[in-house]
Design a protein around this ligand. Structure first.
Ligand code: GDX
Ligand code: MN
Length: 394
């Protein structure tokens, strides 16, 4: 069948936004079915299903609702949702392609689907959306995922994928077939799913096109950085387990050039700095303090000072590189104190970046972030030192 399946993993989203998105996807001639995979049968699930059933605009469309299966071994989360969709796509349909979109996108339209279809029609196996983001957004992507890929896989395309955690993507059927057979993919039931999909796509040599959505993604906002703790931990844990992979092939990878950025995105500097500062000084215990002995003395000492007063001015690019290496060598994914410490190290890194880089402007910030990833790859390949990293001009 030459059509596509569009899939929305969802948990607790605004029903009106979600149903609008289902309607937009179902209305596209290239789309044969819309699949909605809910975390559980909650209010959002039943209300969205009711709304779909009663909608005359959807009476000729195939819209399927499923509760996600328990497929993985990590926290049951978005990973089980996405893998349930992959499994359904392979086992229950003959469609050519599967698309994924987050359910909470307020400005979702048929363009999102059609843009991916066009790139896939050019012969790419995977299409991923990327879009303009505020300079303080995507702090897990930049400081954890891209940094980790740059340290571990500097010779591959992995560090240079624009939005390795993005939830908006298309796969040709052969990609889905490969992923769903992979035990590492199936196990990853939590927020680590996006990282593992991205990694496995590259490891298997699938070609990738990144299409630029200049309108950006307008979606539900997080209250503060603390809400990101589980996402951070789950995304880092995947990188931790991915250490030691070898023989990653060079893939055909095209990144569509970015066009404009709206003033709203360009001028936004947005999270609650006051609240974030407090996260550095809260919840310390003796175990966490002793784990800091594993870090280079100047980093351990400064971090430990946070039990008395807030200190983050030391967490520059070079010290983040070293901290990350220490984490890769010593982290214990099962230990709650390592999890807290990882979070605090990352908070100090985000605060350093915000006050030393983000405040200097939008273009300055992105130049810095891209050069940081290039620099980390050079240091990993031992063609530059940490001192070079500190001395590089902007
Ligand atoms: N089925 C299912 N089960 N869906 C879920 C679950 C779950 O347990 N948890 C969240 N979702 C859905 C949610 O309803 C939404 O549609 C999507 O997954 C993304 O969740 P959201 O809370 O909107 O997260 P956020 O921060 O906007 O997500 C972005 O970053 C994540 C990441 O960085 O890991 C987004 O690009 C995600 O696709 C990406 O996984
Ligand atoms: Mn969202």
């Amino acid at each position: 069948m030459s059509k596509s399946l569009v899939s929305f993993p969802f948990k607790e989203e605004n029903v009106e936004v979600f149903v609008n998105n289902i309607r937009a996807a179902a209305d596209i001639p290239e789309v044969g079915e819309v699949l909605c995979v809910g975390a559980r049968e909650n209010e959002c699930y039943t209300q969205s299903l009711e709304a779909v059933k009663g909608d005359p605009a959807l009476k000729d469309s195939k819209v399927t609702f499923l509760v996600q299966e328990r497929l993985g071994s990590k926290r049951p989360g978005k990973g089980d949702g996405m893998n349930t969709a992959l499994k359904y796509f392979i086992e229950e349909t003959g469609f050519k392609r599967i698309h994924f979109y987050d359910a909470d996108i307020k400005n979702f339209s048929k363009e999102w689907v059609l843009e991916s279809e066009k790139a896939a029609n050019m012969g790419f196996d995977v299409v991923r959306h990327y879009f303009p983001r505020a300079r303080t957004d995507a702090m897990i992507t930049w400081m954890i995922t891209k940094t980790g890929f740059s340290l571990l896989y500097p010779d591959t395309q992995l560090p240079f994928i624009e939005q390795p955690l993005g939830g908006e993507l298309l796969m040709e059927r052969k990609v889905a077939e490969t992923l769903i057979k992979d035990p590492d993919v199936l196990a990853q039931s939590d927020w680590g799913i996006d990282t593992i999909y991205t990694y496995k796509m590259v490891e298997n040599g699938f070609s990738m096109y990144e299409t630029y959505m200049s309108s950006g993604k307008d979606h539900a906002l997080y209250p503060g950085l603390d809400a990101l703790e589980s996402m951070l931990y789950e995304c880092f844990s995947v990188i931790y387990y991915l250490q030691g992979g070898t023989g990653i092939s060079h893939i055909k990878h095209r990144i569509e050039h970015a066009s404009g950025v709206s003033n709203r995105v360009e001028n936004k500097l947005g999270f609650d700095i006051q609240k974030t500062l407090c996260l550095l000084s809260e919840d310390w215990n003796e175990k966490q303090k002793s784990l800091l002995d594993l870090f280079p003395p100047e980093i351990g000492k400064k971090m430990r000072e946070n039990t008395e007063r807030i200190v983050f001015d030391f967490m520059d690019d070079a010290n983040w590189y070293t901290s990350y290496r220490t984490l890769l060598e010593n982290f214990d994914p099962g230990c709650p104190d390592w999890r807290k410490l990882l979070f605090k190290l990352w908070v100090s890194r985000v605060l350093w970046y915000t006050t030393n880089v983000a405040l200097k402007g939008y273009s300055y910030s992105f130049r810095h972030l891209y050069r940081m990833i290039d620099g980390y790859a050079r240091v990993s390949k031992k063609v530059e030192t940490l001192e070079d990293l500190r001395n590089r001009g902007e």
